[in-house]
Design a protein around this ligand. Structure first.
Ligand code: NZQ
Ligand code: ZN
Length: 389
């Protein structure tokens, strides 16, 4: 296990009816805020009215900006920054999912910065200040409600890039599983794939002696595998929705990263699919992850066999570990399909005429590779995309 500092200070307020606390909670940080939301689901569900009522009761003054799209865009971030400056906003309240939260995080970084907020995403500058943000979460998926990352798409060139910083962690996240009853089945499934991907990115590590966090990862994955089919069959099953919601935060608040180095290649590869074809991030991951696994499993047969046995209940074949491993990957694909996810590029509507471009564009480190478990070159990324066909 490696040395680590774990500091994930987001205050989690979890359970039925908790959105009514948003006004009082926000008031502890500011009395003038931006209320930021997406394409209208919060208005249809009545959540918007309840949030406004709670803000008004706590005498929190607000301006609002809706219209965040899935795979949130830089142009709306710029609009939000200007609005916050014009209105002297001190705090941003994100009501929605990962896209709304990430748009809020980017606005929060951009308000006090004199240059273009995109500088942070390109590694050209580090923020010296940012506005605090709070969250009312409506979809368990991205884990952005307690994560240090923020992912934005710049329309010019269709670049989807992340920026990670402790500044990005929200000060509070209100999480009422009842708010997820209205999720359409595909969004529940997309969320499941993203949650599982966040765990698997951490699970596939070269760091030795991390059995405690291995077990936490396996438990998180099994929780999703058990409860997502229940939530799909019974959308208003509170118990299942609550298990999924809490697992989604733990999957990405860095508890599962403690003492180990994660991989993250599948995420960077997926971001190219979302950037060019605007596919949901989770659905893209359900396609990329199995292909990545098939490409790299020989790097550590023991770890992949442990994954097959510990997560997918495959009976270990001690004479033929590859058989165990491939059965684990097959069961994962079968699970994704059973909850309605695509597992191949064509099911996502992605043709194979731009695979080279995506492999080339995919974000690499200074040494020209991506991923930590196995360092992938552009050619490797292309091979993985071809395996996903
Ligand atoms: O926009 P509205 O109308 O609200 O509808 C949303 C949206 O269409 C809808 N929705 C959300 N809650 C709902 C609901 N519909 C009915 N009932 C509800 N309760 O669901 C759709 C998807 O929402 P979105 O916020 O895009 O989903 P998600 O949470 O999966 O976020 C995806 C974004 O997060 C990024 C992804 O790349 C993607 O851009 N990620 C952010 C991360 C982070 N900041 O830590 C980590 C992740 O790896 C990920 O990259
Ligand atoms: Zn993700």
């Amino acid at each position: 296990m490696e040395n680590f500092t774990f500091h994930s200070p987001t205050k989690i307020i979890f359970g039925k009816g908790t959105e009514h606390l948003v006004g009082a909670e926000t008031k502890e940080h500011a009395s003038k805020i931006l209320l930021h939301y997406g394409g209208g689901s919060i208005k249809r569900s009545g959540l918007y009215d309840r949030v406004v009522k709670s803000l008004e009761a706590a005498e929190v003054d607000f301006v609002e900006l809706g219209g965040v799209q899935p795979n949130p865009r830089l142009s709306l971030v710029h609009e939000g920054i200007q609005l916050c400056r014009d209105e002297n906003v001190q705090f941003i309240l994100a009501v929605g999912g990962g896209s709304v939260i990430d748009s809020s995080k980017a606005i929060a970084l951009g308000v006090p910065y004199k240059g273009d907020v995109w500088d942070f995403f390109e590694g050209k500058a580090e923020p010296q200040a940012s506005l605090p943000i709070g969250v009312v979460l409506t979809i368990p998926a991205a884990g952005s409600e307690a994560s240090n990352s923020c992912v934005i798409t710049k329309e010019e060139g269709w670049l989807k890039r992340g920026y990670s910083s402790q500044r990005n962690r929200p000060v509070f996240a209100i999480m009422n599983p009842e708010l997820t009853f209205t999720l359409p089945p595909n969004q529940t499934a997309n969320g499941a794939a993203d949650i599982m991907a966040h765990v698997m990115e951490r699970y596939f590590t070269n760091t030795p002696d991390v059995s405690f966090t291995d077990r936490l990862c396996e438990a998180t994955l099994k929780t999703i595998i058990q409860h997502v089919p229940i939530a799909l069959a019974e959308p208003a099953n509170y118990a299942a929705r609550a298990e999924i919601m809490w697992a989604s935060t733990i999957a990405h608040n860095d508890l599962l990263s403690t003492g180990r180095v994660g991989d993250w290649a599948s995420h960077w590869i997926e971001h190219e699919l979302s950037a060019i074809y605007d596919v949901p991030h989770g659905a893209g991951l359900a396609v990329v992850f199995p292909a990545w696994m098939k490409y790299v499993y020989q790097h550590d047969l023991n770890r992949f066999a442990q994954f097959a046995v510990g997560v997918w209940n495959v009976e270990q074949d001690f004479f033929d570990p590859e058989k165990t491993i491939l059965e684990g990957i097959r069961r994962m694909e079968e699970f994704f399909q059973s909850i309605g996810l695509p597992i191949r590029l064509d099911e996502l509507g992605i043709p194979d005429d731009r695979l080279e471009e995506m492999a080339e564009k995919c974000k690499k480190g200074p040494d020209g590779t991506l991923g930590n478990f196995v360092k992938l070159t552009t050619k490797d990324v292309l091979n993985i995309l071809k395996l996903a066909k």
